[in-house]
Design a binder for this molecule. Structure first.
Ligand SMILES: Nc1ncnc2c1ncn2[C@@H]1O[C@H](COP(=O)(O)OP(=O)(O)OP(=O)(O)O)[C@@H](O)[C@H]1O
Ligand SMILES: [Mg+2]
Length: 244
């Protein structure tokens, strides 16, 4: 059975090939994310999940294939332009500014053209409302936050740009188990805000719980695509591709 994105895709990746130097990493990746949809991207270590996100975000250029945002080509567009068009990206290493305060980190996402002071305040109020711990720690340096709080800050900063989609690379990586449920909460918040998410994860249960559809990659291609609720009942597929 084919499971289509429920609406016309917000992001459409079609037959994308990506190399690092001579190493052929993505061998024709195809996946779609609908507006406001949470889509999981699973796969073992080194299959090309992060490279898929980097290729969408314009950090590496595909040699073949196309990427579209709202039906318009964005293949090879630089990251700052994609950010302006509504594509948010939170990489594996989070890249918050460790020496800047929480507030200063958030403001880096607000200093852009066309954002009135009222709008800036409204955006800050919104994330502080969703993530009260960031409000409490607003004057604290980013580097002093716990791993889970840093992940929250990285996502909150991405929200300052009012993205249509956030590409989220292993948000639970390195977090203590009790922090992992916070990540589910953050995904719920984004979903409530109608922000689409392409969620790369190693945490299979969290991904199946948070996502509507899931793609499974193996060696640079998508091998399996299913509704999350179907995959939950398909231990054989999960074992075959993910080894869990
Ligand atoms: N900058 C790079 N230069 C050369 N090879 C790279 C580079 N980055 C990644 N690779 C290789 O590309 C392949 C895919 O890497 P990628 O980071 O996309 O995998 P991944 O699915 O995200 O893995 P993980 O689950 O470990 O994060 C790996 O074999 C990796 O060694
Ligand atoms: Mg990765």
């Amino acid at each position: 059975m084919t499971i289509a994105a429920k609406d016309a895709p917000l992001i459409a990746v079609d037959d994308v090939h990506t190399y690092y130097g001579k190493s052929h990493i993505l061998h024709g990746v195809t996946l779609h994310v609908g507006p406001g949809e949470v889509v999981g991207l699973l796969g073992r270590n080194g299959v090309g999940k992060s490279t898929t996100l980097k290729t969408i975000m314009g950090l590496v250029r595909p040699t073949e294939g196309s990427i579209q945002l709202d039906g318009a080509p964005i293949t090879g567009m630089p990251p700052h332009k994609l950010a302006r068009l509504g594509v948010g990206y939170v990489p594996e290493d989070r890249r918050i500014f460790r020496l800047l305060t929480v507030m200063e980190n958030l403001r880096t996402g607000l200093d852009r053209q066309g954002v009135t002071d009222e709008k800036k305040q409204a955006l800050l109020d919104k994330v502080f409302n969703y993530f009260p711990v960031l409000a409490e720690r607003r004057s604290q340096a980013g580097g002093t936050l716990s791993g889970g709080e840093q992940q929250m800050l990285a996502i909150a900063r991405a929200m300052m740009l009012e993205p249509k989609i956030i590409l989220l690379d292993e948000p639970t990586e390195g977090l203590m188990p009790r922090m992992v449920s916070q990540i589910s909460n953050i995904i719920d918040v984004l979903h409530k805000e109608n922000v689409a998410i392409l969620l790369v994860e190693q945490n299979v249960p969290l991904t199946l719980e948070a996502s509507e559809r899931v793609y499974i990659m193996e060696k640079g291609v998508v091998r399996h695509h299913a509704a999350a609720r179907e995959l939950k009942m398909n231990d054989a597929v999960i074992h075959q591709y993910l080894g869990v």
